[in-house]
Design a binder for this molecule. Structure first.
Ligand SMILES: Cc1ncc(C[n+]2csc(CCOP(=O)(O)OP(=O)(O)O)c2C)c(N)n1
Length: 894
């Protein structure tokens, strides 16, 4: 068998030993379809297949169909628009998109930009804009292929939403006026809703968004009962075929099918190329994706051939087109896209005499114009129409297009087309002619933007369509009303007045969440998210209290049904239990954290996970969440390199706080005490839900139990700003800083210094090195810039870290459970000798005490660092007493 042909379809060249019998079977099937209809035919074929399987007849998996459109001519709905005007509009959008990129690169060749991706996607978008994408507050949510951004700007320009000047600032954003390279809500907060620039995240986020909409409806929070399936809100996601190679792009396939997300339509733009070359040069990306999606349980619509092919198919008695298509690998399809009609006749239609005959009456120009499905609005409309009505499954549309469509010799189907951004005069004129644009040669050469007058038929049509569909899109909103948030005393009294009771911060957290869930206003807006670690974090009681979300309720009697807190799944369950799937959990978190914008309904997502599997594992999703202006809490639990003692190298996190410091709108805290956590939660809720600030919180939680003091008076400000004194000492000679559980070691070190060496030590709890640094940087910048004549706004301010650690000549020693670079973040504002201890290196399994000794962050290491910084001659004696050997290799080399 030809290795290029998917086995499932069967090789059309397989010898037929009894053609007469074959014909009889086929004719019987035809007669059945004719008389009893396709449903009956499906039924009988299913029965036959079942029977054949029972008889152990070897069968191919039925996951691939012939290389033709899934929707036949007979099921095609009539086109509900004016094709001629729409073609003119889409030509204008194409031109302006191209002009924008070419102009930007004429001005500064370094700017880059893409033409070919949008050129392939234009018709897919335009049919959506004219007929399907609903705008407005309760509109559809559309995730756009990122490299098509110029096309979206060009359309917004025609719609009067962007000016020519703005288009001229494409990729020139620092002035504040520009248009961003890709969809970025952070940079264009009124326009872009969903960041998709990092390939693979778009489809993952879209799938979880669709699921989240079901969650909102099933919990009775929003859109509880859509009038009908067709009018219910949809998630549309456009993705490149190359992008489907990203593991994240495929990661959500099974949940989408399992939860029957028929509010989701994924459109894969199969232009068969990625950046460097063909996606599957030696195979077929369409067939491969069909198998994957069908196998996962999706409704698959292949949209491969345009209407001009219909008459050819109709006359193709021997189904030679099907055969030839199946024999054609994508590398060849690409070449056919890059060449002309004569070449296609010679190399494709001449494969078989029957094919040559089929194309006999076509001129080379006619062959050149045979469109692929993704460039024919009629076929696209038909695919979308069916997708929008399909029930019980998510739909994927595999739309075949040509990369660089219409760019002629400048790019269509060329290997290099992805990055093509300069067109010469001749190529521009060719493009104008190809799309019949109303431009003179001079306008063409100047790459003038074109926008017909508002009362022209094109503009009137375009606006009328959008009006009918509820308004312009994309459009991002952020006007949801603020929420009142509870004071710490109402949900964390036990923590504020802990009086030395032993507990871990994770236990404290679980108690606080339990109380918040009972809050009459906020309770229902909390979205607890877990990736199969609820029992690890002691949260299993929540299962019964608020239920685990499942669109199907609970179809089984849980094994632990007799327990007080059993494993309860419910349609209106509040917990999102994602299974072992941090990527999915994070995608859910983003959907909930941006609900204030996408749904006008603010929520408070609280995702708790192994801290190592956050910034390290799904760091790029967190970056996209930040771009999305997410508001919510991320809790890195079992945090720290030495605190999660037994789990070893892969589990012990020493870097998340360092990475968190690089995310501009992330407020990261490493609280040691339960009352600190309470204050951080209280203020975080106030800022995100009350003040509607576009920030999110990363808070580390530990599983080590120790005595929890009550909150000292006056500590609140310091907790939030990043540090405060927890152990004052009269006549202190040294100042010690600790964070998280290591603060407990630092406090013990202070006792040792005093008891064994008579050295008074003051101890500060540092709740956030990153917040201290952020403010320090801001004030340092003000100082730096105020050297210029313009008076800087905040001249004279002192960073909190500087005010807490004034220059006194007394050394400062800091220790954390993270790499030393975390404590180093505040070095610029410390005027005295500063020692930063941390846990650099690979983690390993051992007891907490052994690990802290190994990484040199235990009480003895802190004492030795203090003695050394003080130049105390008892250092050597102390090292000996503590059994510390200076000759060992540093932990980060071991
Ligand atoms: C995670 C990630 N890796 C790499 C890139 C760089 N990149 C941008 S577009 C592109 C090729 C896209 O090909 P495809 O998905 O087929 O879309 P097309 O442009 O062909 O429509 C690549 C590699 C990226 N944006 N994100």
């Amino acid at each position: 068998m030809d290795p290029r042909i998917p086995e499932a379809v069967g090789n059309p060249r397989d010898p037929d030993n009894d053609p007469l019998e074959t014909r009889e079977w086929i004719e019987s099937l035809d007669a059945l379809i004719e008389t009893a209809g396709p449903e009956r035919a499906t039924f009988l074929l299913r029965r036959l297949l079942q029977h054949a399987r029972a008889r152990r007849v070897p069968l191919p998996q039925v996951l691939a169909t012939p290389y033709v459109n899934t929707i036949g001519l007979a099921e095609q709905p009539p086109y509900q628009g004016n094709l001629e005007i729409e073609a003119r509009i889409s030509s204008l959008v194409r031109w302006n998109a191209l002009a924008m990129v070419v102009r930007a690169n004429r001005a500064a060749a370094e700017l880059g930009g893409h033409i070919a991706s949008y050129a392939s996607a234009a018709d897919l978008f335009e049919v959506g804009f004219n007929h399907f994408f609903r705008g407005g507050e309760r509109g559809d949510l559309v995730y756009f292929q990122p490299h098509s951004a110029p096309g979206l700007y060009a359309r917004a320009f025609l719609e009067g939403r962007l000016s020519a000047e703005q288009l001229d600032h494409y990729r020139r954003e620092t002035s504040g006026e520009g248009l961003s390279s890709y969809p970025h809500p952070w940079l264009m907060p009124d326009f872009w809703q969903f960041p998709t620039g990092s390939m693979g995240l778009g489809p993952l986020f879209a799938i979880y968004q669709a699921r989240f909409m079901r969650y909102l409806a099933n919990r009775g929070l929003l859109d509880a009962a859509p009038a009908s399936h067709q009018t219910s809100r949809k998630v549309w996601c456009f993705v490149g075929d190359g992008e489907m190679d990203e593991p994240e792009a495929l990661a959500g396939l099974s949940i989408a099918a399992r939860e029957k997300l028929d509010n989701l339509v994924l459109v894969v733009n199969c232009n068969l190329q990625r950046l460097d070359g063909p996606v599957r040069g030696n195979g077929s990306v369409v067939q491969e994706l069909e198998g994957l999606f069908a196998g996962a349980g999706w409704n698959v619509i292949k949209l491969l051939w345009g209407s001009d092919w219909d008459p050819l198919f109709a006359r193709d008695e021997h189904r030679m087109l099907e055969r030839a298509f199946l024999e054609t690998v994508d590398g060849e399809f690409q070449t056919y896209a890059a060449t002309d009609g004569a070449f296609n006749r010679e190399h494709f239609f001449s494969k078989y005499p029957e094919l040559a005959k089929l194309a006999e009456h076509l001129s080379d120009e006619d062959i050149d114009r045979l469109r692929r499905g993704g460039h024919d609005p009629v076929k696209i409309f038909s695919a979308y129409w069916h997708a929008a009505r399909h029930e019980g499954q998510p739909t994927v549309i595999l739309a075949m297009t040509k990369k660089g469509y219409g760019m002629g010799t400048a790019g269509q189907g060329r290997m290099t087309t992805h990055s093509h951004k300069k067109l010469d005069a001749e190529q521009l004129v060719a493009f104008r002619d190809r799309f019949a644009l109303p431009l003179t040669d001079a306008q063409c050469d100047a790459c003038d933007f074109v926008r017909p007058p508002g009362d022209s038929p094109e503009m009137a049509y375009l606006q009328a369509r959008r009006e009918k569909l509820g308004g312009h899109l994309p459009r991002r909103r952020s006007d949801a009303a603020p929420l009142e948030t509870p004071p710490a005393a109402s949900f964390a009294k036990f923590a504020l007045e802990a009086s030395g009771k032993e507990m871990s911060t994770t236990v404290a957290y679980v108690r606080m969440v339990g109380a918040l869930l009972r809050d009459p206003h906020l309770g229902k807006r909390i979205v607890p998210i877990i990736a199969d670690e609820a029992r690890t974090f002691g949260m299993a009681d929540l299962f019964r209290q608020i239920g685990i979300y499942s669109p199907f309720g609970q179809l089984y009697q849980p094994e632990d049904a007799s327990q007080l807190s059993y494993y309860k799944e419910a349609v209106d369950g509040q917990i999102l239990e994602e299974g072992i799937n941090e990527a999915g959990a994070m995608a859910s978190w983003v959907a909930a954290a941006t609900s204030y914008s996408a749904h006008g309904y603010p929520l408070l997502p609280m995702y708790i996970y192994y801290s190592m599997f956050g910034f390290q594992r799904v760091g790029d999703e967190i970056w996209a969440a930040a771009d999305s202006r997410s508001r919510g809490f991320l809790f890195g639990a079992t945090a720290g390199r030495t605190t999660l003692s037994g789990e070893g190298l892969q589990h012990e996190d020493g870097s998340s706080h360092l990475v968190a410091s690089t995310v501009p709108n992330c407020r990261a805290y490493d609280p040691a005490f339960a009352y600190e956590l309470a204050v951080i939660l209280e203020d975080g809720m106030r800022r995100m839900l009350g003040e509607r600030e576009d920030v999110f919180y990363y808070v580390t939680l530990m599983n080590e139990s120790y005595a929890q003091p009550s909150m000292p008076e006056g500590a609140r400000e310091g907790i939030l700003r990043g540090m405060y004194v927890v152990r004052p000492a009269k006549g202190a000679k040294v100042r010690l800083l600790g964070a998280g559980t290591i603060l407990v070691e630092v406090l013990a070190a202070a006792e040792l210094l005093e008891k064994d060496f008579g050295i008074a030590a003051e101890v500060h709890s540092v709740t956030s090195f990153t917040e201290l640094r952020r403010e320090g940087m801001e004030i340092s910048r003000e100082r730096r810039l105020s050297l210029t004549p313009a008076p800087s706004q905040g001249r004279g301010r002192t960073p909190w870290v500087e005010s807490q650690l004034p220059a006194t000549g007394r050394p400062v020693v800091a220790a954390t459970d993270y790499v030393s670079a975390v404590a180093d973040l505040i070095r610029p504002w410390i005027r005295d000798p500063y020692v930063a201890l941390g846990t650099d290196g690979f983690g390993r399994s051992d007891t907490r005490a052994a690990l802290r000794r190994f990484f040199e962050v235990d009480r003895h290491a802190v004492v030795l660092a203090a003695l050394h910084a003080l130049g105390d001659e008892r250092f050597a004696e102390a090292a000996k007493r503590y059994g510390v050997d200076a000759d060992t290799r540093p932990p980060w080399t071991r």
